[in-house]
Design a protein around this ligand. Structure first.
Ligand code: HDE
Length: 743
């Protein structure tokens, strides 16, 4: 065919297509009825809870009664439009000169769609890049009234909050259960302005002076040449820095403890770390440290579990928080304060309160509860809320002020500054998640992403053209007035006070306050992490640091590394242990805990007991998940939520065995190491589930044929389903079968 004819045909075809589309009886044409499509055109609501999210049944799932409907700003209406509201007839093909191209530059829809996509990402946070958030409510107890005039702490005052939990080192797409400190940042949308408590799950920090923050973070982040390892501290640059920089030792002890591998965001304590200054109605001041105490208890993963989970479910913590809230198991924390007199030297029992590498043991200054936080609503849009939320330690309210902690002062600069790059300009406070709930009447104007259309002609003071408004408020009108603190007469220096010098007593206090099992975990963590370093000199240097913390800790790590134990010049001073530092105390609620139940899909009789167990577990607020050889419906209205293929022990807090299922057809053939050994009668993946659950010191219950799979031992209960569930729930309340680890 000649080229002119080809072009003519193509043009005719294209014109035909467009003509078809604008013919009035074609769906989508102006004046036509909305199309009747098979797919629903109504905005879609939130996905219904999955089968494994529907417990406990007594609690109304969130979203329904709190907050805006999740459909707000979803793909509303029947017709697709451009960003300018222009209806589109095709978004699947670019505008081309004939079906085989080339693409025409005039395709404004293509350009808009691709341009927007190209800029969908914003820089991740320079630290704390990976995290997850939730909405909630904070209710004051009124017990802080004698020390703090902040309105949101008054009795019964209810304040909306948004909390974001995070890891520190890993990038946005890294895994949740890495060994790391966790962020615990809370935004209180109070009537007097927004208050941000930007804390961590570890009460001390690596450095005493904020000017060293880039140093510790450069050391902890992946090696600059290969950008590995991701989200880990087990590498040379981290240990190089902390072994040379002994003020990090206390934080490193916590970092090597179970605190750095929490079971869930819900089972972490939170700490404001710095000392803050509170002011009461009479203008009197006190120094305080803030604590969040989880009602769920403080629980951690075992290191092997944490490592397995990183591969099996890298979103473990994010999923856990979301699912717990969605199922109605709303996590709660009490906010508490340790109160110290505001003395001129700002020390308590010899501890410098301006040193963020020190704690004040709770036995010396008890934590007094002042309010309750409940997280009860998941974000609707991860980017808009969890990613764009911007915390700042300088977001204060009347009654709460900062101290001269040099770490805190650097933060007072950093948190505003970082948003300029991350959120693209100075108007990030106008992003919905960052908008204060208190009325705003500022004179900040213009700038990138200005959302407001400000009226008036005089955004300056003093003025006469806008009636002299806005006015200054006095303290009685709720103004934030800095505490008129005397500043010591001094000379300018770049140095730390002598009271910051002791880097080893509190690390020793921490180690010696832990139970033997927890101490063992610390020893193994040091041995693991240093074992991953290549430089011998770094390992030896860190052993010299440990020698000043605790002789046994040092000796055992040295033995594990195969290195000599360094000499210590003098005997280490004794400390009085602080039992509050151990996590292994008490019995805790079990709501939101996950219990796996292994069943035989082909044994309907055995499933009757499963139904009983499932109901009892749901009644206790736990989430039972049925594990069978195949997915789908089982007898008695039960559904298999996991199969032997998709289940792995690390997902469960306890395991129940209602059967001893034989190898399913999709099981990998297992060859026994011993020639001629009888083939196993149990599916090998069930055998692995049981083995790992036992090794990780979790409760195991069995009845019926399931009892043949387990041997008697601590934390292994057998009997009828009702008794087994009762006993397993009791074991779950202590988190793990600690006897098994001690044995
Ligand atoms: Fe942060 N920190 N930090 N930090 N921090 C940030 O702010 C910084 C420190 C903490 O979920 C950044 O918006 C400096 C201590 C949390 O959005 C940045 C210093 C504690 C979060 C920043 C510290 C924290 C951050 C990165 C030393 C516990 C996540 C993105 C002087 C008390 C907040 C951002 C969220 C985030 C700087 C030390 C907690 C760069 C300079 C101590 C929970 O501004």
């Amino acid at each position: 065919k000649n080229p002119a004819e080809i072009v003519k045909n193509a043009v005719e075809k294209a014109v035909e297509k467009v003509t078809d589309l604008v013919t009035p009886d074609v769906p989508g044409a102006p004046g036509s009825e909305p199309p009747s499509l098979e797919e629903p055109t109504e905005p879609r609501g939130p996905l219904p809870p999955k089968a494994d999210q529907d417990a406990p049944e007594t609690v109304t799932p969130t979203g329904a009664e709190t907050g805006a409907p999740k459909t707000a700003n979803s793909q509303q209406g029947a017709f697709l439009t451009t960003a300018q509201g222009l209806r589109l007839y095709d978004t699947d093909h670019s505008l081309k000169a004939g079906p085989r191209g080339p693409t025409l530059l005039q395709d404004h829809h293509l350009r808009e769609k691709i341009m927007h996509f190209d800029h969908e990402r914003i820089p991740e946070r320079v630290v704390h890049a990976r995290g997850a958030g939730a909405h909630g409510v904070f209710v004051g107890y009124g017990s802080a009234a004698s020390v703090c005039k902040a309105g949101f702490l008054r009795e019964g005052v209810s304040t909306p909050v948004f909390v974001r939990f995070s890891t520190v080192v890993g990038s946005r797409g890294s895994a949740d259960t890495v060994r790391d400190t966790r962020g615990f940042a809370t935004k209180f949308y109070t009537d007097e302005g927004t208050f941000d408590l930007v804390g961590n799950n570890i009460p001390v920090f690596f450095i005493q002076d904020g000017i060293k923050f880039p140093d510790i973070i450069h050391a902890a982040k992946p090696h600059p040449d290969r950008e590995i390892p991701q989200a880990q501290s087990a590498h040379d640059t981290f240990w190089d820095f902390v072994s040379l920089h002994t003020e990090a030792t206390h934080h490193v002890m916590w970092h090597m403890s179970d605190r750095a591998v929490p079971r869930s965001y819900r089972t972490m304590e939170g700490f404001g770390v710095h000392t803050f200054r509170l002011v009461n109605d009479a203008g009197e001041t006190s120094l305080v440290k803030f604590h969040w105490k989880p009602k769920q208890g403080v629980h951690s993963l075992l290191w092997e579990e944490a490592q397995l989970i990183n591969g099996i479910d890298p979103d473990f913590h994010r999923r856990d928080l979301y699912d717990a809230i969605e199922s109605g198991a709303f996590p709660q924390w009490e906010l508490g304060i340790q109160v110290f007199p505001d003395t001129p030297d700002q020390t308590f029992e010899g501890i410098d309160l301006l040193d963020s590498t020190k704690i004040v043991p709770e036995e010396l200054a008890p934590v007094q509860p002042i309010g309750l936080l409940t997280l009860n609503r998941n974000p609707t849009n991860f980017f808009a809320e969890s990613e764009q939320v911007a915390f700042h330690v300088g977001h204060l309210v009347p009654g709460i002020d900062v101290t001269d902690d040099p770490l805190l002062h650097a933060r007072l600069f950093s948190y505003l500054d970082t948003q300029l790059t991350r959120l693209g300009g100075p108007n990030f406070h106008q992003i919905p998640i960052n908008r204060p709930h208190a009325p705003v009447n500022d004179m900040l104007r213009d700038g990138f992403h200005q959302d407001a259309v400000h009226g008036g002609v005089a955004p300056y003071r003093p003025n006469s053209l806008d009636g002299g408004c806005p006015f200054h408020a006095g303290a009685a009108d709720g103004a934030f007035v800095e505490v008129p603190q005397r500043v010591a007469e001094s000379v300018k220096v770049r140095e730390s006070p002598a009271s910051f010098d002791d880097h080893f007593t509190q690390p020793r206090l921490f180690f010696q306050s832990l139970s033997p099992v927890e101490q063992e975990h610390v020893i193994r963590a040091f041995t693991f992490e240093l074992g991953k370093c290549y430089e011998q000199a770094i390992k030896e240097r860190e052993l010299r640091v440990l020698a000043q913390v605790d002789a046994r800790l040092c000796a055992e790590v040295a033995a594990g590394l195969g290195l000599p134990v360094p000499e210590v010049a003098a005997e280490l001073p004794a400390v009085t242990p602080s039992p509050a530092l151990s996590q292994l105390t008490g019995t805790w609620p079990v709501a939101g805990r996950i219990v796996g139940i292994v069943v035989d899909a082909d044994d309907p009789d055995g499933l009757d007991g499963v139904r009983t167990a499932r109901l009892a577990l749901q009644a206790a607020g736990t989430v039972p998940l049925i594990i069978a050889a195949r997915g789908g419906d089982l007898a008695h209205g039960l559904v298999a939520q996991r199969t032997f293929l998709t289940a792995r022990s690390v997902e469960f807090d306890a395991l129940l065995l209602a059967a001893a299922p034989p190898p399913a057809p999709d099981a990998l053939p297992v060859r026994d190491a011993k020639a001629g050994a009888p083939a196993s009668t149990l599916d090998p993946r069930v055998a692995l589930l049981v083995e790992e659950t036992y090794r990780h010191a979790k409760a195991i219950g069995a009845w019926g044929a399931g009892t043949s799979v387990v041997d008697p031992g601590p934390g292994v209960v057998t009997g009828d389903p009702t008794d087994v569930v009762r006993d397993v729930l009791a074991l779950l309340g202590r988190h793990r079968v600690w006897d098994r680890l001690a044995a």
